[in-house]
Design a protein. Structure first.
Length: 175
């Protein structure tokens, strides 16, 4: 499990819940970048909501930090990609350690292995989407105080099985 111990769920939630939930934006030489900070469950919901704003045909890359394997499909229907992510949601929340990038010609929405959300785009339209979803913009937000290195993610057989099904369902090719 991503979070282990004998603490009550409410105590764990308070430990990993951000006091501030919102986003920061940066202009990186014409490339709009947003980092969304929220609890893991909400980040996954936002990831799914924001991918709806991409074109109907997308590319997807999937990185499993535990195995070091990487897959991609350069031409996939967005609805199929979103369905696969929805199926993986419970395993991702429990274990983390997987990075998803869903992108089209202009924009990219990425869920990191630490269950954080990054958005990259050629326009500032993402600012308005994030604001309309009820998130507040901040100048700066402190990063998480904890990070696991790729070799520190504990084994997750349930997630490995779910990833294998996802790779097969989406006809992802090993990179």
């Amino acid at each position: 499990m991503f979070i282990r111990g004998h603490e009550h769920e409410a105590q764990i939630w308070h430990r990993f819940h951000f006091a501030v939930e919102g986003f920061v934006v940066a202009d990186r030489g014409g490339l709009f970048e947003a980092r969304v900070v929220a609890n893991a469950s909400w980040v996954l919901d936002l990831f799914l909501a924001l991918t709806e704003r991409l074109r109907p045909r997308v590319a997807i890359t999937l990185d499993d930090l535990r195995s070091g394997r990487r897959w991609r499909n350069p031409a996939l229907l967005l609805s199929n990609a979103r369905d696969a992510i929805i199926r993986l949601r419970p395993s991702l929340l429990a274990h983390g350690g997987v990075e998803f990038a869903v992108y089209d010609e202009d924009d990219q929405v990425t869920l990191t292995p630490h269950l954080e959300l990054f958005i990259y785009g050629r326009t500032e339209r993402w600012y308005y989407f994030l604001r309309d979803l009820g998130l507040r913009r901040y100048r700066t937000i402190e990063p998480r105080s904890w990070r696991l290195k790729p070799d520190e993610f504990p084994a997750a057989p349930a997630l490995e099985h779910a990833l294998a099904e996802c790779v097969e369902r989406l006809t992802l090719e090993s990179v």
